[in-house]
Design a protein around this ligand. Structure first.
Ligand code: ZN
Length: 353
């Protein structure tokens, strides 16, 4: 760069700084706490051998729940009415490899109260499942660490929560780590049957799955993000716009966006009518449900960027006047739209105090 004489340089510097404050680079300037190191840290704990693959139920699963609740508290998320971050499903029967067992299981829930006096009674859910397959088999390493599936989603959710606490969203935002996804969406189904926040006032859900591996079986997914049920609701178009601001392409996968819609926790909420989707980077990757889904295989640089896109999308959903809505013109979305109409016809739930 050519050196400029001082007075002129000072004027230029002023002009430049005015310019740069008007035209921010979202990737570097928005959500500055959402860094690769921040998201990496949680994955290395949650997917460590010490947690034994977080089977439902297991001691490792409970350790993970404890870790997430402490993180929520540290960030300053609000607890539930009983002062804890646990929604407990008591004595739930779970079918495991060694037969049916009964256990107390926990969804971990923390929330940000909305800043708008009216809209704060509406809720956007951000979620990820904290269980995985556990430990089984005879091999040298029988631990299914589930780093990408779905320690990545949980880790991203924690750091998205930290980023959004500082943003005073207009609607309330509820963060949920679900148990038992791998055993058949147990935690999210339990939540849909025992909602902590009224379903009728829950305007959308963004579930995070497999956001750490950019090396999908279809090639590199760096700066690419997809959504299940991409065109089923207006959430997809919000994602496209926000992703663009970050130089990321949000795309509808020609086969998997529809095929995977019912295969994660978003389905439990979509089935009761809430526009609910799963955001993902790699639908399929080489270590999927294998013992080698380990933390060192994740692309933390791309994961942090993906989390920024997710955070921006959630913030838009929480701040826009209009609620997200199903697209009844898309045939596959019609049944969810019908469920939404049923939900709206239910008697209003008393507002939270
Ligand atoms: Zn998963």
């Amino acid at each position: 760069m050519i050196r400029l004489a001082r007075p002129f340089a000072a004027a230029c510097f002023l002009a430049l700084s005015l310019f740069s404050s008007g035209a921010q680079n979202p990737e570097t300037e928005r959500f500055p706490t959402l860094t690769p190191a921040a998201v990496r840290r949680h994955v290395y704990y949650l997917a460590s051998d010490a947690l034994g693959g977080r089977g439902t139920p297991s001691e490792g699963l409970d350790l993970a729940a404890e870790y997430i609740s402490k993180a929520f508290k540290g960030i300053g998320l609000l607890p539930l009415d009983d002062g804890t971050y646990f929604q407990t499903a008591k004595g739930m029967t779970v079918r495991t490899r060694s037969g049916a067992v009964q256990a107390d299981l926990h969804n971990v829930i923390g929330w940000i109260e909305g800043s708008d006096p009216v809209l704060k009674h509406e809720y956007v859910i951000v979620s990820a499942h904290y269980d995985h397959l556990g430990t089984f088999g005879e091999g040298e390493d029988p631990i299914y660490n589930g780093a990408n599936d779905d320690a990545s989603g949980v880790s991203g959710m924690i750091e998205i929560a930290r980023a959004l606490v500082a943003q005073s969203p207009r609607r309330s935002i509820v963060f949920i780590a679900f148990f038992g996804e791998e055993r058949g969406l147990l935690g999210s189904r339990y939540y849909a049957e025992h909602p902590v926040f009224p379903l009728k006032q829950t305007v959308a859900m963004l579930n995070l799955e497999q956001i750490g591996r950019s090396d999908s079986t279809e090639g590199s997914q760096v700066r690419r993000v997809s959504l299940t049920g991409f065109d089923y609701s207006t959430v997809g178009s919000v994602l496209v716009e926000v992703a663009k601001e970050f130089g990321v392409e949000a795309y509808r996968h020609p086969r998997n966006s529809d095929a995977y819609f019912s295969r994660s926790d978003n389905a439990a909420l979509a089935n009761v009518g809430i526009p609910a989707h799963t955001l993902t980077v790699a639908f399929q990757y080489s270590d999927y449900h294998g013992v080698d889904d380990e933390p060192e295989k994740l692309d933390y640089e791309n994961m942090a960027l993906t989390c920024k896109v997710a955070a921006g999308t959630i913030l838009r959903l929480a701040n826009e006047d209009q609620r997200p809505a199903w697209n009844p013109d898309v045939p596959a979305a019609r049944r969810y739209w019908e469920k939404w109409k049923e939900l709206m016809e239910r008697r209003p739930h008393p507002a939270r105090s």
